[in-house]
Design a protein around this ligand. Structure first.
Ligand code: SAH
Length: 265
């Protein structure tokens, strides 16, 4: 059967009064899913975070773009205000596209927003996006899993590392499996320390992947012992992902001379 992109994306109708909670992928618009690209053209209003790139937003047909992220050191819009806004727009009969970086359900608070929509009886759909970790690893020639090296991969948030009630980093270290840390540039020193206390070698390879798939993309490789100093020396800032584990050593192997820059901005 010959399917066209139009028939693939036409199936669920974007109806007035509905909210579509969608992931915009890692940055570059080429990583949008077909249905999110289509939703950008159909929405009446788009409520987006800072991680949604200008390239993605330039595909919107509506001029009605509402920014609810954190920018220029100013605090982000409170989560309750964002959900209240979504509900108000839906009740006004708009097709509301709530657009988040990466995937809405991976450290994106999509679950909380969907919960509020359920509570308020607002019809909604979740549209997945490519989470930044998978895109960034591919862009860096680091396989997320690899037979003989890893059997699992942990996606963790570094946001609260070292504070009471946070993740048990030492237990993660004991699995010996690779860890990808979101929101961890500010806490990498603490994370590295806890992982070493948990038994990971100070020589464990680490990659820091910043602004993957965007024009600001940069990366560095280090070890658990040196990563904090390298992050500071090279001025790495959010958004960045930290990849910890033996899979990082595959980067040198796979970045040989036949590797094309196919996943670059
Ligand atoms: N829902 C998003 C994650 C939001 S949390 C997703 O699925 O990707 C924000 C964190 O995501 C950032 O602090 C950073 O760690 C990571 N991130 C998002 N986009 C990124 C990118 N293009 N390059 C590197 N890290 C990114």
């Amino acid at each position: 059967m010959n399917e066209s992109i139009e028939t693939i994306v036409a199936a669920p109708e974007f109806a007035p009064g509905h909210v579509w909670l969608a992931g915009a992928g890692p940055g570059h618009p080429r990583y949008l899913t077909l249905e999110v690209a289509d939703a950008l053209a159909k929405a009446d209003v788009i409520v987006h975070d800072a991680l949604v790139s200008d390239g993605v937003l330039s595909l919107a047909k509506t001029p009605d773009l509402i920014f609810v992220g954190k920018r220029g050191g100013k605090p982000s819009v409170a989560q309750d205000d964002i959900t209240a806004r979504l509900i108000e727009l839906a009740r006004a009969g708009k097709r509301v596209l709530r657009l988040k970086g990466g995937d809405p359900f991976v450290f994106g608070r999509g679950g909380e927003e969907a919960e509020a929509l359920v509570r308020e009886n607002i019809p909604f759909r979740i549209l997945p996006g490519m989470t930044s970790a998978l895109a960034a690893l591919a862009a860096a020639n680091i396989p997320a899993t690899m037979r003989g090296i890893s059997r699992a991969i942990t996606l963790a948030t570094g946001h609260a590392a070292g504070t009471p009630g946070d993740l048990d980093w030492k237990a993660l270290a004991k699995t010996g499996e690779p860890i990808v840390v979101y929101m961890g540039v500010g806490t990498i020193g603490t994370i590295a320390q806890l992982l070493m206390e948990g038994g990971l070698s100070p020589e464990t390879p680490v990659a820091v992947l910043m602004a993957a798939t965007t024009p600001d993309e940069r990366s560095l490789t280090a070890t658990l012992a040196t990563v904090q100093a390298e992050v500071e020396r090279q001025n790495f800032v959010a958004p960045a992902l930290i990849v910890i584990g033996k899979i990082v050593s595959m980067r040198a192997v796979l970045s040989g001379r036949t590797a094309l820059p196919g996943n670059k901005p």
